[in-house]
Ligand binder design. Structure first.
Ligand SMILES: [Zn+2]
Length: 261
């Protein structure tokens, strides 16, 4: 039987669940078709088929064919690129897992194009080289890019709310990005993001994140911001508590933000 189906395309695994005795149900983020679910038959009892490649942080060239019930069958998976450095530091691994979790959450509702796929692969490459103490910043930059790709964060210097060109924005406690003028009435600005050229001449203009107190966000700040931004994208806010329940004092934040404002 020819292995035609949807053809070969780059993909990486975003979820992985054992099924029946020997199968795996995989959530794949494909470059061409966005998120798809596949069943990998006999993936757990064969040392030849798919051996060692059906894992996180591997870009695969996958071949799938249509199956029953909307679940494609994984026919082939050849590794294209590994990111072993992600597995060598707990901080990098946690940041990588948080990236995958954010992708899982937003991909239910949002369209995913090849540009976003490429950006995520770029993030894996940066994450595996990042110092452990900076891994959370790769997570924050990635989720910021994800939000921008989906139209929720400023990508071309324009405020998503008023459309005016600005150089700095605030991230609200509800995960909404806004310029200073738009942020004031909505309140709850928790983190400022401004734009400057990457010192290492990277591929994209790097955002600079600053907490209300003037410090760069730490790992706990990043967890809070990422949760809020993902909630802002999906429109699902946790009732009570969570990012909505604990907003910093707006006036204090604005007086302590330094020269940017
Ligand atoms: Zn605005």
């Amino acid at each position: 039987m020819p292995e035609t189906g949807s053809g070969a395309s780059p993909a990486f695994i975003i979820s992985r669940v054992p099924f029946r005795d020997n199968d795996l149900i995989l959530g794949l983020m494909t470059r061409g078709d966005g998120p798809v679910s596949v069943i990998a038959r006999s993936a757990r009892n064969s040392r030849r088929r798919f051996f060692g490649v059906l894992d996180f942080f591997i870009v695969l060239d996958v071949v799938r064919s249509p199956g029953r019930g909307g679940l494609d069958v994984l026919v082939g998976a050849e590794p294209l690129r590994f990111f072993p450095g992600i597995h060598e530091s707990l901080e990098r691994l946690q940041a990588g897992q948080s990236i995958l979790q954010a992708v899982r959450n937003v991909s239910r509702d949002a369209p995913f194009g090849p540009g976003m796929f490429d950006r995520l692969v770029e993030s894996f490459g940066e994450l595996e080289k990042a110092p452990s103490a900076a891994a959370h910043m790769i997570l924050l930059e990635t989720v910021f890019a994800l939000s921008g790709e989906l139209g929720h964060a400023p990508v071309d210097g324009k405020c998503p709310l008023c459309g005016l060109a600005k150089t700095a924005f605030s991230i609200n406690g509800d995960g909404i990005f806004a310029c200073r003028e738009c942020c004031r009435p909505t309140g709850g600005c928790v983190c400022q993001v401004s734009f400057g050229q990457s010192p290492d001449a990277g591929l994209y203009e790097r955002p600079v994140f600053t907490m209300a107190g003037g410090d760069p966000p730490g790992p706990a700040d990043v967890s809070m911001i990422v949760e809020a931004v993902v909630a802002g994208i999906t429109g699902h806010h946790s009732p009570g508590g969570g990012p909505d329940g604990d907003q910093p004092d707006e006036d204090k934040g604005q007086h302590r933000q330094g020269q940017h404002w």
